[in-house]
Every structure is written in structure tokens, then in C-alpha cells.
Design a protein around this ligand. Structure first.
Ligand code: SAH
Ligand code: SF4
Length: 430
């Protein structure tokens, strides 16, 4: 049967890099995960469920998927056998296949996931004292070629579908054993307070146990895995809608952060249609250096980017924009750079916090990380200007799970190919 909403790889971004669509499964079944309530209701009607029943069935299915963590249609216990058989003929629940699961000495976990067409992406869980953060991928690879980022060296790129994005969160919950039993629900989480120091003692984690007093492990999501989320806008928006829905995975928008390298034209829409916290990969304060290390800067410059940040809905002092700044030795780490960063943030009156990320090397990377003293001096200048500038401890380095190291091992691209790709992209930007 032809279904109205095809299983597709999402929109194609405006770059000349070849994109591969997500391919349907050989048996023609569709994933239940990732369908919005309306899409699922329509799909149920299409397989012959009467209109009058469809809403109720949709709610039952969502309950089994997102509140109970059922991994197959056969597990939808309060749905009749005939109805389960009908569902099973057309749908599957859908979890990405786990190729490898690694645990770092610091507790960070990384999963290499394989999707139905064989493409792979990574997903990382980072536990700390007060929260457990899942770093989710939005694409296989990335069409942008930031020069310090391992993901940018992947040859193949495709957008992940809503099912594949939500699937990462479901898989992490499976692995963490975080589905409630029958008749139970996961306790609601209070809104997140960005700064650990602001967290009331009652919510602080008990050493060696769970991360919140409610016993939740996975409390936050960052769209900071592989890919540029604003180049896969529709699918990221639709996936996060399910993550944020109380009848879905039920995480508050204040516990979700989307990181962009600066796709300026999509930022206002991200604010209006997704509404989560914004992080921006700034990494440099002058045109020369940002052009070199974050090439999308040649298309959307620093001023345009910061103006878009100033206009981002919901940004205020309680909900600041995070500027990510990777510390590269002798590239972007001088005192003058720190002072210019402060000037820019003040000039655009941005409610901002700066995350200083020590550069994580990967095989073949051409930069070095700044020294600890340099990072501290940089942080002090920003901090003394009244802007929070924590240095992020790299997590999961021993399993190549740290920021910017994600890349499935199968695809390699040479530096020459990368430079050629960057040149083609710039030519297309005119
Ligand atoms: N494409 C989006 C989100 C994924 S990248 C973006 O660029 O914002 C997540 C973060 O990791 C970004 O801030 C990115 O700049 C940073 N990063 C990439 N490579 C890194 C590396 N080798 N060391 C440290 N941080 C890195
Ligand atoms: Fe893509 Fe972000 Fe890596 Fe740049 S830093 S190549 S935008 S994933």
C-alpha cells in the first residue's frame, strides 16, 4: 500500500556535496518511531483502521513506544492480537542496530549505530555529577569541513530521518535501563539550570548512584554529534518535537541544546519552530581565522551570525546562548582574541556564556591544543568581563568520543579531496 508520508532522508542542503537518501527497508515496512501523532494517525487510517479508532490507537502506540520502550509490535500488551498483527504487517518499531558499544574509563559511553541502509553514525552519553547528557547526531558525516573536526572528513553524507534521530535517544534509554515498569512513569524532571552551582542541593546526584534525586540518568540532550543540524532542519525539528512531547519522551526544551556552526538563515526558524537552547560554534573572532577554520564563515560572516544570535527568540540571562570556542594553539587563543570576544559579545548585547573546548586531536589533524596556562589566561579575561567561560573537560578521549572526534571508521577522505570539496562549495556560494 502507498503511504502518504514516504520514509525519506529529508531535505537536501544547498551545497554540491552528493547526498544519499535513506533507503526503505526491503520488506517495505515503515518505522513507527519518528512519526508525528498526525502522521501516525493518518498512517493507521491508511492501513484500514477506522477513523474513529485511529486517535485512540495512535495514543496506545505512542505509549508503548515512548513511555514503555517496547522494541517490537508484539510487545504492545494491551492491544488485541489481530490489531498487533495488522500493525506488524505494515510497521516495525525501529531501533538503530548497535555495531559497537564502548565505555570510557570516565564513564562516557559511545555507540556506533548502523541504519537500515548500512550507513553509520555515532552517539555519546556523558554522565556528570548533576546530569546525564546524550550527544545526538543529525547526519551521517557533515557537508561542512571545519578544519579541526573529524566528522568533516567523512566522505559520505546523508541526513538522518526523524526515526533515526529519535532512535538514538531510545537506544540510549535501552542501554541505560531507563524504561519504567508496568504502571509506573518516569518522574518529571525539573527545568534545568545551566550552571551546576545554581542547582539546589536536593537535586544533586548521590556519588556513585544516579545523577538526579529522581533517579533519571538521561536528563539532557545536545545536538552536537555528527552533522550540522540546521542543514537537516525538518527532520531535526520533527524528531525534537517527539522528544519534547509529554506523551513522547517528555524532555523539556530547556534540557535540549542545538549546536550550529552558523547557518544564519535557519536560526530564526530554529528559534520559532524548535525553541530549544542555542549553541553556536564561533571558534574565532576575526574573519581571516574563522574563514580558515570554520569555512561556512565565508558565506555567513561573524557580524551576521552574532546579529542572528541577538535576534534568537527566548535568549535572555536565564537562558543564555552558548558560544563554543575550540582552543587551538597559536591560532585563536591569544589575550587579544579573548578581549575581542568580550567586545563582540558586549557589542551585540548577547546573553552569552562561552564554552572553552580544549582541541581534541584525531589521527591526521593539523592543529595542536593550546596549553593549559593559555586556556586559563583566555578564560580569565572573559570571566573578568562578567561572562562565564568554563573550560570543558574532554570526556571519553580514550574511546574517541570527545567533541569533534566522532566519525565512523569506514569512510576516509584525503586532505586533497577535502580541499577540493571546500573549493567547490565556495564556488557554489558565489
Ligand atoms: N555541526 C554542529 C554540531 C556538531 S559539532 C556545530 O559545528 O556546531 C559539536 C562541537 O564540537 C562544535 O562546537 C565543534 O566545533 C566542536 N568540535 C569539532 N571538532 C572538534 C575537536 N577536534 N576538538 C574539540 N571540539 C571540536
Ligand atoms: Fe560539521 Fe560541526 Fe564538524 Fe563543522 S564542527 S565539520 S559543522 S560537525
Amino acid at each position: 500500500m502507498e503511504l502518504s508520508t514516504p520514509y525519506s532522508g529529508g531535505n537536501v542542503d544547498p551545497t554540491p556535496v552528493p547526498r544519499k537518501p535513506a533507503s526503505p527497508r526491503a520488506d517495505g515496512k515503515r518505522p513507527l518511531i519518528g512519526l508525528s501523532k498526525d502522521q501516525l494517525r493518518a498512517a493507521l487510517v491508511e492501513i484500514g483502521i477506522p477513523e474513529k479508532q485511529a486517535r485512540m490507537r495512535m495514543q496506545q502506540v505512542w505509549h508503548w513506544l515512548y513511555h514503555r520502550g517496547a522494541t517490537e509490535v508484539a510487545g504492545f500488551a494491551n492491544i488485541s492480537k489481530e490489531m498487533r498483527e495488522l500493525l506488524d504487517r505494515h510497521f516495525f518499531v525501529g531501533r538503530p542496530e548497535v555495531v559497537t558499544a564502548q565505555v570510557s574509563s570516565d564513564g562516557t559511553r559511545k555507540w556506533l549505530l548502523r541504519f537500515d541502509d548500512g550507513e553509520e553514525a555515532e552517539c555519546v552519553f556523558i554522565p556528570d555529577a548533576y546530569r546525564g547528557t546524550l550527544c545526538v547526531s543529525s547526519q551521517v558525516g557533515c557537508t561542512l569541513n571545519c578544519r579541526f573536526c573529524h566528522t568533516g572528513t567523512m566522505k559520505l553524507v546523508r541526513n538522518l530521518t526523524p526515526a533515526e534521530i529519535v532512535g538514538q535517544v531510545m537506544l540510549a534509554r535501552d542501554a541505560l535501563g531507563e524504561w519504567p515498569g508496568e504502571g509506573k512513569a518516569l518522574a518529571a524532571l525539573p527545568d534545568d539550570d545551566e550552571d551546576d552551582d545554581d542547582i539546589p542541593m536536593t537535586l544533586k546526584g548521590r556519588p556513585g548512584s544516579n545523577y538526579t534525586s529522581e533517579g533519571r540518568m538521561l536528563t539532557n540532550i545536545v545536538m552536537m554529534g555528527m552533522g550540522e543540524p540546521l542543514y537537516n532542519f525538518d527532520n531535526v525539528r520533527d524528531a525534537l518535537a517527539i522528544v519534547m512531547d509529554g506523551e513522547g519522551l517528555g524532555l523539556s526544551k530547556r534540557r535540549i541544546t542545538l549546536s550550529t556552526s552558523g547557518v544564519v538563515p535557519m536560526m530564526a526558524r530554529a528559534g520559532a519552530e524548535i525553541g530549544v537552547n542555542l549553541a553556536v560554534s564561533l571558534h574565532a573572532v576575526s574573519k581571516d581565522i574563522r574563514d580558515e577554520i570554520v569555512p561556512i564563515n565565508k558565506k555567513y560572516g561573524i557580524d551576521e551570525l552574532l546579529a542572528a544570535c541577538a535576534a534568537y527568540p527566548g535568549a535572555n540571562n536565564a537562558r543564555r546562548i552558548t558560544f563554543e570556542y575550540v582552543m587551538l594553539k597559536d591560532k585563536n587563543d591569544s589575550d587579544a582574541d579573548a578581549r575581542e570576544l568580550v567586545r563582540l559579545i558586549r557589542h551585540y548585547r548577547l546573553p552569552a556564556k562561552v564554552n572553552l573546548i580544549p582541541f581534541n586531536p584525531w589521527p591526521g589533524s593539523i592543529y595542536e591544543c593550546s596549553s593549559d596556562e593559555r586556556i586559563r589566561a583566555f578564560s580569565d579575561i572573559v570571566f573578568k568581563a562578567g561572562i562565564s567561560a568554563p573550560v570543558r573537560t574532554p570526556r571519553g578521549r580514550d574511546i574517541m568520543a570527545a567533541c569533534g572526534q566522532l566519525k565512523s571508521a569506514s569512510e576516509k577522505i584525503s586532505r586533497a579531496d577535502l580541499d577540493r570539496r571546500a573549493a567547490e562549495k565556495e564556488a557554489s556560494w558565489g
